[in-house]
Write a protein that binds this ligand. Structure first.
Ligand code: TYM
Length: 334
């Protein structure tokens, strides 16, 4: 029997989304909504695992919704809502806290990175963050989860939790084992300042990333300043792979212009980096600047964004409540 396909993914409301979020996740979200039922969630409860200023959090949630719509998500096709508005997420998270194992969480590299050197001072929420992520996915019995490569380990944990729940409560196939959908070519967009680190909102220098709201001038400046070297661009892939910054720039260029990495490399091989950087800036400006303008336009109508969340919450809640009823039954909760 073939199961119904359902896509779920989440994005933290960190304010400015960047090119990594866009190429690693959002672009994929948009193409999936053409083929499958999709649920996209602004994960405000994940955001509060580190202290947030309440007013900033609220505006970041709306900005994330505006970014979803501006990149092409259609609220009439996909369910778009914020996590805390559907109580089922935290209810299932508690149940899954009791299924998940401490040993599994201890292996999570993202906790180690985010908690830094003083783990005793990290919030408990940050530690059990991956269990909440599993609850997000399993609450809807999602079958497919589009994410960037940095979320792969969390996704594997969600799969382990689903499997253990099905075994513990003797209900084979109750939770589908969710499949990660990780883009092949740009699964990890790297920082423009250091090709060994992923592009991220938490890196201090804004020159390390292209934000979706950057204007043409900012994009030009950032690409110009992106780390490179004075040698010509390598002629072949194996030499390119030894230069992570160059590989990153060409990867981004290839993705934006819908070329294979080979084809993109052969266009620029042997040339100076300025040649690649001009082409890359043009491609970025063409794709990103209209998105940024649309985000800013949508942010002028907060009531409209709130309405999208309200409608999405209602739809999500119907699925969540039905599934939660069955989950509670399996566990033996009256
Ligand atoms: P978050 O908010 O950090 O990132 C949102 C999405 O963007 C992807 N991403 C990247 N992809 C490629 N290169 C990069 N440099 C880059 N930076 C970010 C992430 O992989 C992600 O897909 N825990 C998740 C949110 C979440 C979630 C979920 C995801 C909560 N519940 C359930 C899927 C399913 C997170 O913090 O993503």
């Amino acid at each position: 029997m073939s199961k119904k396909k359902l896509v779920f993914s989440g994005v933290q409301p960190t304010g400015n989304l960047h090119l990594g979020n866009y190429l690693g996740a959002l672009k994929n979200f948009v193409s999936l909504q053409k083929e499958m039922e999709c649920i996209y969630c602004v994960v405000d409860l994940h955001a509060i695992t580190t202290l947030q200023r309440p007013s900033v959090l609220q505006s970041n949630v709306l900005e994330t919704v505006a970014s979803f719509i501006s990149t092409g998500l259609d609220p009439n096709k996909s369910i778009i809502f914020n996590q805390s508005s559907v109580p089922g997420h935290t209810q299932l998270a508690w149940i899954l806290n009791c299924v998940s194992r401490i040993g599994w969480l201890n292996r999570m590299t993202q906790f180690k990175d985010k908690a830094g050197s003083d783990k005793e001072k990290a919030s408990v929420g940050l530690y059990i963050y991956p269990n909440l992520m599993a609850a997000d996915i399993l609450l809807y019995k999602a079958t497919h989860v589009p994410v960037g490569a940095d979320q792969k380990q969390h996704l594997e944990l969600s799969r382990d939790i689903a499997q253990k729940f099905n075994n513990d409560f003797n209900c084979k196939d109750f939770f589908p084992i969710p499949e990660p959908l990780i883009p092949k070519n740009v699964s990890r967009v790297m920082s423009l300042r250091d090709g060994t680190k992923k592009m991220s909102k938490s890196e201090e220098s804004d020159f390390s990333r292209i934000n979706l709201k950057d204007n043409a001038d900012e994009i030009l400046k950032k690409v110009k300043k992106a780390k490179s070297d004075s040698e010509p661009i390598p002629e072949n892939l194996s030499n390119l792979e030894k230069k992570p910054e160059a590989l990153n720039l060409i990867n981004i260029y290839a993705e934006l212009t819908k070329k294979s990495l080979d084809a993109a490399l052969s266009e620029v091989a042997g040339k100076e980096y300025s040649f690649l950087k001009t082409k890359l800036s043009d491609a970025l400006i063409t794709e990103i600047v209209p998105i940024g303008k649309e985000i800013k336009r949508l942010l002028n109508d907060k009531a409209h964004l709130m309405q999208i969340l309200k409608k999405g919450k209602e739809k999500a809640n119907i699925i969540a409540e039905e599934n939660l009823k069955n989950i509670r039954e399996k566990v033996g909760l009256i």
